[in-house]
Design a binder for this molecule. Structure first.
Ligand code: C2O
Length: 552
């Protein structure tokens, strides 16, 4: 059959503007799309072209990112501010246009400028082409579950204040399910997400972690879930009673309403693997109500893992495997052209003497780095424009392939003497030949804090070869690589005090951001970028920017 015949053009308009909402006994003005929170749900089929006209009626500089979309030859539509575009200024517009090729499942979109993604986000669901089906039984209904965070304050102000003082931002006032905190929070008895189900039916929950700075555990009382996809990549079916989901990730599960007629809470709480820093202990919940359940029933509550239950998180994160031979499965790259060993973690900066600093130590500001390089966005011209128009001085291509010194990365007790404590700033990238293969060892450090960083790569899915705790050892750990059915993702939660190894093929020209998906770590430098050169043919060459690309 001619499958391209079914491809459609799906068009949306995003009006981004102020919206006043009441949550947690408090009226708050937020930035939202089309007066909805979470924002509009986009549904496309694989092969479709998506066109979104974004009108910035907000007071802030704005961009929108389509998290997980490959953007094949459409890097101009990827969205990270100053990486692929200058921001859409207030009272300006930009049209994002791209084709969705060879991926299906659950992704999402969010603002990619300042901290606006706290409230500017929504689901992006990619269905199989007409005539194609899921590699699992067709669910009775599909239900997006967007996990987020809520602040009783203006989030952009909160982030600016934290950056000015050189400390981390205040933690959120609540986590949310589809925008609702749930009845454990004050004034929220009726601010709870409710899902009605029919006994015996199977539902596809498309779970998205849109939280700014939290990894989460998600659980439903008395029900197992069967994972069928993560980050829009099909997995072998994996039955679990708890989902661990890092900021940026998605997990698709089948849920069968196979319990006695009644009501059951779904709940989420932070998996805060960081040691010695403030963490969020609150629980958001929603309720699943079976058709026919008496209105008076008290729902059953699931027992969530403890906030620091790393074994449970690691079991979930490491037991998933790809569905080999599934519709968009890609073979594991065997030959590696670029080997990189990259430390990721917090760092420090010295405060200018005339400022009030509230960094972790006297006279310091919080910073973050990859291989001791703290990423700074350019001003004036985006990196992608610099790439396309061959303009020098915007970025350099000397991102190091290893840290400047080797030491015990996971031992926090020697922090004060660490050579990586103060990281220089720069806009360092790695230049890659078209179609070359990259292997990255991502090694968490224990500098300043011990954390589990969710690392997100734009433009590509990567294979997760192996993950572990402690320092990565090339002599022994390479033998643990899964060369057969490793999970594919666009965001990896690198284990706390540990490492992950990923591989990807740089088969798409453009500039591709890679960063920690904790919003608190992005503006302080936990980022780098890949510059992928054009291929040999017009069909592998980045076309010129659209005429309405915002200028700085
Ligand atoms: Cu979901 Cu660069 O982000």
């Amino acid at each position: 059959a001619d499958s391209t015949a079914s491809a459609a053009i799906v068009e949306h308009t995003f009006n981004v503007q102020n919206l006043t909402l009441t949550r947690l006994c408090n009226r708050q003005v937020i930035t939202a799309v089309n007066d909805s929170f979470p924002g509009p749900r986009i549904r496309v089929r694989e092969g479709d072209t998506l066109i979104v006209h974004v009108f910035n009626k907000s007071p802030y500089n704005l961009t929108i990112h389509w998290h997980g979309i490959f953007q094949i030859l459409s890097s101009w539509a990827d969205g990270p501010k100053m990486v692929t575009q200058c921001p859409i200024r207030p009272r300006n517009k930009y049209t994002y246009k791209f084709k969705i090729i060879k991926q299906e499942g659950t992704l999402w979109w969010h603002a990619h400028a300042s901290a606006l993604r706290a409230t500017v986000y929504g689901a992006l669901i990619i269905l199989p082409r007409t005539g194609n089906s899921y590699p699992f039984p067709k669910p009775y209904r599909e239900v997006p579950i967007l996990l987020g965070e809520w602040w009783n304050a203006n989030i952009v102000d909160i982030q600016n204040e934290a950056l000015a003082l050189g400390r981390g931002p205040n933690i959120s006032d609540a986590c949310t399910i589809n925008g609702w905190p749930g009845d454990l929070f004050p004034c929220c008895i009726n601010q709870m997400y409710k899902l009605k189900v029919e006994r015996g039916k199977t539902y596809l929950l498309r779970i998205i972690n849109a939280a700014l700075d939290n990894q989460l555990f998600y659980k439903i009382a008395n029900h197992n879930m069967t994972v069928v996809a993560v980050d829009a990549c099909y997995t072998n079916r994996y039955v679990t009673d708890v989902v661990a989901i890092a900021s940026g990730q998605t997990v698709d599960v089948l849920l069968t309403a196979d319990q006695p007629i009644g009501s059951y809470y779904m709940a989420a709480r932070a998996y805060a693997s960081a040691l010695g820093i403030q963490f969020d202990t609150t629980t958001t919940r929603g309720v699943i109500v079976y058709d026919g359940a008496p209105p008076s029933t008290t729902p059953l509550m699931p027992v969530l893992p403890a906030f620091n239950d790393t074994p449970t998180a690691h079991k979930f994160y490491s037991n998933l495997t790809s569905l080999v031979g599934g519709p968009h499965w890609g073979p594991v790259p065997v030959k590696v052209d670029h080997k990189m060993f990259v430390t990721i973690g917090l760092a420090l900066q010295v405060c200018p003497s005339n400022t009030t600093c509230q960094g972790p130590f006297n006279g310091t500001k919080l910073s973050a780095a990859m291989n001791n390089q703290s990423f700074v966005s350019p001003t004036g011209l985006s990196m992608l424009q610099a790439f396309f128009f061959n303009v020098g001085g915007v970025y350099t291509t000397d991102f190091p392939t290893k840290p400047p010194v080797q030491f015990d990365y996971t031992n926090a007790s020697i922090n004060s003497n660490l050579p990586l404590l103060f990281a220089p700033k720069g806009t360092k990238t790695t230049k890659l030949k078209f179609n070359s293969t990259v292997e990255m060892v991502l090694q968490n450090t224990a500098i300043v804090g011990v954390e589990n960083h969710p690392m997100h790569l734009h433009g590509f899915d990567f294979h997760v070869m192996a993950q572990g705790f402690g320092n990565y050892n090339p002599d022994t750990d390479a033998s643990k690589f899964n060369l057969f059915d490793p999970q594919m993702r666009n965001t990896i939660a690198v284990p706390v005090g540990g490492w992950s190894v990923i591989r990807f093929v740089a088969n798409n020209p453009g500039v591709w951001f890679m960063h920690c998906h904790f919003d608190a770590h992005l503006p302080i430098g936990l980022a780098t970028a890949f510059v992928v050169e054009n291929g040999p043919t017009p069909a592998t060459t980045l076309p010129p920017p659209p005429a309405d690309l915002p200028q700085c």
